[in-house]
Design a protein around this ligand. Structure first.
Ligand SMILES: [Fe+2]
Length: 444
């Protein structure tokens, strides 16, 4: 049943419906007329053709795409920005106007055509288009806009070269990770007991100015300064050189690593253990191991991510399989800053290929869990003055994980530790030691 158009929706609709749906069309003639006018790219003609991608008619859309291709319109920054603007307006209209199957089909057709248009550009144009689209992903964006933008992005963001290697290559010979551990979840911890926000603040206070990637405002004291107020160079998020130096600072911080280790071994691994136990948190039955213990391989050190703003830099849509992770790993992500301040956070799809990306609106004291090896995820730009700080790591789950397996052709750079948890309740004996295995992570 279609809803009634609101005034706002009607206004928006009018602004993007330059081509009339009921007007007789002849795609061939249309293409010829447009092409004859476009020996050189003409902004006015481009502007007049772009709305044809939204009529939901495959023939007209194809004709418009052909005309835009001849004009090389995807290379034009103004056209790229305009098409994103139209896509947002169109998604808003669709949400207000209707939920009929026909309209949803038209919307899907429009999204495909917009993605196809943007994909026509060079690699740098495509990267620019992705950056413009990512700017639309804010927690306060209307759901229809998020969905439309993410569908277009999912078509534009091609998997990395590791993805095809993962799909085609040999997999670890292990038991299959239980389905309930692939489901997104969250777990709480005491942020006073495991004060990673305070640890990160201390780290930045010391190393930011010394290494030269950022500092807190003048005269702010370590005990009172706010993590979100750390001012950092954009390159700390996007430059491998700075990331490597920052990673070294983390590796050298005994205090930070101690709190991290305690959190993983006292909260995260026991949580996983309870999920594996018969009648555990999930209520799922899992086969017990012979000695009633389970081994967990966790990333050590974790990735301590800084995302300063304002910036247009983002993390592209990807799944960690392309970085050499295996299905027996579970991702954990915990924010140290307030997502309301930073306006950006991690977005995750709920099942592999589902495309229903949604923001993890968590704050310090909650850990998000998801199956990032196969579920795609992304981080939109931080357009605020606040810096976003988060920790991400993965845990390889015992008999479902092969610590010796590597994805051929993918270089790996992270170390991990091993933690064994016994199934004898809260007083589980834990042992841990550094592993000599190296593997990559990448990305959140
Ligand atoms: Fe990732």
């Amino acid at each position: 049943m279609g809803a009634t158009k609101t005034d706002a929706a009607q206004g928006l609709s009018a602004s993007i419906e330059a081509p009339r749906h009921d007007a007789p069309t002849c795609p061939a003639a249309f293409t010829g007329i447009v092409a004859s006018q476009t020996a050189t790219r003409d902004a006015t003609v481009v502007e007049s053709v772009l709305p044809y991608l939204f009529v939901g008619n495959a023939e007209e859309g194809a004709a418009a795409l052909e005309a835009l291709r001849k004009m090389q319109a995807a290379e034009c920054p103004t056209a790229r920005a305009r098409i994103v603007e139209l896509a947002v307006q169109h998604a808003t209209v669709v949400e207000h106007v209707t939920t009929t199957v026909r309209s949803l089909e038209q919307a899907a057709c429009a999204e495909r055509q917009v993605a196809q248009f943007l994909a026509e550009g060079s690699e740098s144009s495509k990267a620019d288009a992705i950056a413009v689209l990512m700017l639309q992903l804010r927690p306060d964006s209307p759901q229809s806009v998020r969905e439309a933008v993410l569908k277009i992005l999912a078509q534009l963001c091609q998997p990395g070269h590791g993805d095809s290697k993962f799909a085609a290559g040999p997999k670890p010979v292990v038991a299959e990770l239980p389905a309930h551990l692939r489901v997104e979840a969250s777990l709480m911890f005491d942020p006073m007991r495991y004060d990673l926000r305070g640890e990160a603040t201390a780290l930045l206070h010391r190393w930011g100015p010394e290494v030269g990637f950022g500092r807190f405002p003048e005269h702010s004291e370590r005990r009172t300064c706010r993590l979100e107020d750390f001012r950092a160079k954009e390159s700390v998020f996007s430059s491998f050189r700075y990331e490597r130096r920052w990673r070294q600072c983390v590796e050298d911080s005994e205090s930070f690593l101690t709190v991290y280790r305690e959190l993983v071994e006292e909260v995260v691994c026991p949580h996983l253990m309870s999920e594996l136990s018969p009648g555990g948190e999930s209520g799922a039955e899992a086969e017990p191991s012979e000695d009633s213990s389970e081994t967990f391989h966790y990333q050590y050190p974790p990735t301590l991510r800084l995302q300063p703003g304002p910036s247009a830099k983002s993390r592209r849509i990807h799944r960690d399989a392309e970085y050499g992770h295996q299905e027996g790993e579970v991702n954990f992500w915990l924010p140290l800053t307030d997502h309301v301040c930073t306006g950006t956070t991690l977005w995750v799809e709920s099942e592999p290929g589902m495309g229903d990306f949604h923001p993890l609106l968590l704050n310090h004291g909650t850990i998000g869990r998801f199956h990032g090896t196969l579920c795609r995820h992304t981080v939109p730009p931080n357009v605020t003055d606040c810096t976003r700080v988060s920790i991400d790591f993965r845990v390889g789950v015992g008999r479902f994980f092969d610590p010796t397996w590597t994805l051929e052709g993918v270089d790996h750079v992270h170390t991990r530790r091993v933690c064994r948890i016994y199934r004898d309740g809260k007083n589980a004996d834990r042992i841990s030691h550094a592993s000599c295995c190296f593997y990559i992570c990448g990305c959140c």
